[in-house]
Design a binder for this molecule. Structure first.
Ligand SMILES: O=c1[nH]c(=O)c2[nH]c(=O)[nH]c2[nH]1
Length: 286
């Protein structure tokens, strides 16, 4: 027993992360693949493992990993959502002392290679721009909650973005930017992707002016709630992936002909991070 201040758990959960598997399904000469990465997490109806070092109720994270492989072999991975539901269902039904199962799955974006306009029967290419993910949170005696979407969708615009007139004190070094590159990485639900891209980019020729990531984020959320009545609330996180101007004044001996070429330095870290959530006001539902 550990002496000390009185405490209680506000959360427990344990599982295996990054369980990767490739499923190859062969229908004659036509092969279908799915590569997935699974995180599982279980919450038990007691905390004797944490408190007393009693492991008798622990379903080892190694066994959770094995379960992923065994269920994939037995049932196949049809969609990541179905497989996540199946895993949660399995953990809750097989182990009565599990009170909550959470499964998060990412699917590697393999696509069939096309040769001369024809899809190849067994050769694939990784299409990095779209990674689908899903998460199932299933608490015993309640319905599983499924969320799904796409992640790591990186988008950029090269004008119609500015950032000016922010706090100007002794900590500020960033100059006003009247015309800058705006690059961000979106994580969103499938139906929200189109609205996000349209709000970010604007109409094809002139685009749309963005005074800040904050404003673009808000307008995107506002458009989503306006166009998709089923969504009650939306939260978005938009990183501001920076591209800094290279200071060519540092090369006074070189004559840079005035031309249309802009050279910027991509900055990996740090990045800005802008977040906001909005929901329908009670009034707007009446
Ligand atoms: O759109 C922006 N919002 C900020 O809050 C911020 N901060 C910063 O340094 N650049 C930017 N850009």
């Amino acid at each position: 027993m550990s002496a000390g201040v009185k405490t209680e758990f506000t959360f427990t959960g344990y599982g295996k992360n990054y369980v990767k598997l490739l499923q190859v399904r062969k229908e004659g000469k036509i092969h279908y693949i799915k590569e997935i990465e699974v995180n599982s997490q279980l919450t038990l109806n007691n905390t004797k493992d944490y408190l007393q070092g009693d492991n008798s109720d622990i379903i080892a994270t190694d066994s959770q990993k094995n379960t992923v492989y065994v269920l994939a072999k037995q049932h196949g991975v049809k969609t990541i959502e179905k497989f996540a539901l199946l895993l949660c269902d399995h953990f809750l039904n097989k182990y009565r002392h599990v009170t909550r199962a959470n499964v998060y799955i990412e699917e590697a974006p393999w696509k069939r290679i096309e040769i001369g306009g024809q899809e190849h029967s067994h050769s694939f290419i990784l299409n990095r721009d779209i990674t689908r993910f899903c998460e199932v949170e299933h608490k015993r005696d309640s319905r599983p909650m499924v969320s799904a979407g796409i992640k790591d969708l990186k988008i950029m615009k090269t004008t119609q973005s500015a950032f000016v007139k922010f706090v100007n004190d002794e900590f500020r070094t960033l100059p006003d930017a009247e015309d800058r590159v705006f690059c961000t990485i979106v994580q969103s639900r499938e139906g929200v992707k189109k609205i996000t891209l349209e709000t970010f980019a604007g109409e094809p020729r002139e685009g749309v002016y963005s005074p800040s990531v904050q404003n673009t984020l808000y307008l995107t959320e506002q458009n989503v709630l306006t166009k998709i009545p089923q969504i009650e609330e939306i939260e978005m996180v938009l990183p501001n992936v920076h591209y800094f101007d290279v200071d060519f004044k540092r090369f006074p001996k070189i004559d840079f002909k005035r031309n249309q070429i802009q050279v910027l330095q991509p900055v990996d870290k740090p990045s800005g991070n802008i977040k906001a959530a909005i929901k329908r006001s009670v009034k707007s539902r009446l």
